[in-house]
Design a protein around this ligand. Sequence first.
Ligand code: ATP
Ligand code: MG
Length: 216
Amino acid sequence: MSTTLLHATHISHHFDLELYRDVALTLKSSHSAAILGRSGSGKSTLLHHFSTFLKPSTGEVNLLGKDIYRLNDTQIEMLRRYELGIIFQFHYLFKGMSALENIKVATMLAGETIDESLLDKLEITELMSQKISELSGGQQQRVSIARVLSKKPRVIFADEPTGNLDKETANLVMDVLLDYVHIEEAGLLLVTHDEEMAHRCDESYRLEDKKLERIS
Ligand SMILES: Nc1ncnc2c1ncn2[C@@H]1O[C@H](COP(=O)(O)OP(=O)(O)OP(=O)(O)O)[C@@H](O)[C@H]1O
Ligand SMILES: [Mg+2]
């Protein structure tokens, strides 16, 4: 039976200009959803609201049964550490450390162990002893995905996780993310420019004209 992981309602936000108004989105366990939209439409900002990093101008975000903008700092920290997997548009790996050390830090903090088969599936096993600064952009992206999944999160927020990748590698990353969602009964909310990747998700939305419309 699936449960509701994320339920966001009446989300509006403006920086200098209004980005969107009255956005709603629900994500259930064992489900994946993609958000498409033009550059600058506000996709990353929306993901920041849903993942505890930015309070929207108005609206509520309920994540794992919690009204996240009413939590204190410790509660937010616990949620981020144990329950959320956040793959940012610009990945944040420790550049001076090896790929393996980067993954170890995250798994230790979350009280998990590294899943070797995940490294194999992402084709990064051979890269583990290399420093991040010695890896290509796409290799770094796959290391950051391994780091996030090794934490065993309940909800994954991924901002362009296949942005730097060729089609074959992008499909491999999508296979890993979607398999994880089904095996762990997790949820995946993905931002992408790639319609093909979006259509591999259970649901897709488009952010356009300040509205989020369900398209499939
Ligand atoms: N912290 C901020 N302060 C002011 N304006 C911001 C801030 N963050 C984003 N914006 C503006 O909000 C708009 C939406 O930005 P956002 O990064 O959400 O777009 P996006 O849809 O993710 O674009 P892309 O596809 O290029 O990643 C942009 O015009 C951006 O300049
Ligand atoms: Mg963005």
